[in-house]
Design a protein around this ligand. Structure first.
Ligand code: GLV
Length: 331
């Protein structure tokens, strides 16, 4: 029987399912492995189920039998894919099953930021609320405003689709324009980044983290935004220069931000904790029971199929670098 490591705690029934095919070493205590520990655990494994753990050349070098690492996440910036290709290891991820849930979260954060929900609740809980006031906690409107989506992939499109009910204009920026029929369906207008930053009332970031997208939003970009605008990040830490955002919020150069992801998370810039105008959540964009189950099962499907088992044997549903599999066959 092939051996796999499930590197993080996950639904017990998913572990049971994997156990039908493999000799499973699980980690239901959810111990966070150091890189060296992970390398040691993978030394005799054929496959691994991870959820954001960094997998690089040094770990792959410690794992000579490893064929597949299945990420329970759509983003895979934790994988050094060049190193995977060199080592002939397949990476897989969990696209699509989380699109709608993550888009909902983008809207929740955007609306909470625009309407000062966290700030209002924190204040209410202090017991200070003793009267109505015409200017109490006034925010900015969502309906009838302009939504700016940066990163028009599947989740970005799901974010944009929701704008119709709010009577919003939709503008977007992406590495390349999406197909005309998608633009038409979403009523979305392509703008260059500068024009989008100047035009949008509410900007939502939904792009993958790469060397190119590092600090897509920094001091210069924040300076182009409207003082009444909000900025929401449901993508990855590092896409925003968090230190620059702290300064922009502190100096009220933009109205508010909604952040689910942070540079260096789970640590975050302490400046955010001092600011009333930022809504903070701990990377829960896909966190509904149904979606997390779908992600875990898709990650399991990928692992089972990539290791030649189950109904989809040899055809994992969402491979990142499928070319390496041809090398297994010919090896
Ligand atoms: C979550 O951040 C994911 O990439 O799925």
């Amino acid at each position: 029987m092939k051996k796999i490591l499930v590197a993080r705690a996950v639904f017990p029934d998913v572990i049971d399912r994997l156990g039908r095919y493999f000799d499973v070493e699980s980690n239901q205590a959810d111990h966070i492995f150091t890189s060296a520990e992970l390398g040691a655990k993978l030394a005799d494994k054929d496959g691994a189920f991870v959820a954001g753990e960094r997998i690089d050349a040094s770990i792959l070098a410690a794992a000579p039998r490893l064929r597949v690492v299945s990420n329970m996440a759509v983003g895979y910036n934790n994988f050094d894919i060049d190193a995977f290709n060199r080592a002939g290891v397949l990476g897989t991820n969990t696209p699509d099953v989380l699109n709608e849930t993550t888009a909902d979260m983008g809207w929740a954060l955007m609306m909470a930021a625009a309407r000062r929900m966290s700030e209002s609740e924190r204040w209410l809980r202090t017991g200070a609320w003793d009267r109505w006031a015409y200017d109490m906690l006034t925010g900015v409107d969502i309906h009838g405003s302009t939504l700016g989506v940066i990163g028009m992939g599947r989740i970005g499109q799901a974010v944009a689709r929701r704008a119709k009910g709010f009577g919003m204009r939709v503008v977007y920026h992406n590495r390349s324009r999406v197909a005309p029929e998608i633009e038409r369906e979403l009523n979305a207008e392509y703008l260059d980044k500068t024009a989008l930053l100047k035009t949008a009332d509410h900007i939502v970031l939904v792009l993958p983290y790469t060397a190119q997208s590092h600090h897509t939003i920094g001091a210069a970009e924040l300076a182009l935004m409207k003082p009444t605008a909000t900025l929401t990040n449901i993508a990855r830490g590092g896409i925003i220069d968090d230190a620059a955002l702290v300064v922009a919020l502190r100096e009220r150069r933009i109205a508010a931000a909604g952040l689910d992801v942070f540079e260096g998370e789970p640590k975050l810039n302490p400046g955010f904790l001092e600011l009333p105008s930022v809504v903070l959540t701990p990377h829960i964009g896909s966190a509904t029971e149904g979606t997390r189950r779908a992600m875990a099962n898709l990650a399991a499907d990928n692992l089972i199929a990539a290791l030649g088992e189950g109904p989809q044997a040899g055809q994992p549903p969402s491979p990142i670098n499928p070319d390496v599999m041809a090398r297994w066959v010919s090896a």
